[in-house]
Design a protein around this ligand. Structure first.
Ligand code: ZN
Length: 62
């Protein structure tokens, strides 16, 4: 195991790579809230930040 096997990535390189990764993975898509009284766009599979409901249940007070 010689040290030449490992090439240290510069900080800028790592940060650039992670920035690219984050940009690709993050999902900006929003789905409308199923609560008919609300209908605000929200991230899928999460409680609605507007009315606090998830799958018809009140998860928290908005
Ligand atoms: Zn809602």
């Amino acid at each position: 195991m010689s040290s030449s096997m490992f090439r240290k990535k510069s900080r800028a390189r790592v940060r650039h790579h992670r920035a690219q990764w984050r940009g690709r993975v993050s999902v900006p898509a929003l789905t409308p809230c199923p609560n008919t009284a609300c209908g605000e766009p929200k991230p899928p599979h999460t409680a609605c930040p507007h009315c606090g409901q998830y799958k018809g249940r009140q998860v928290y007070r908005p």
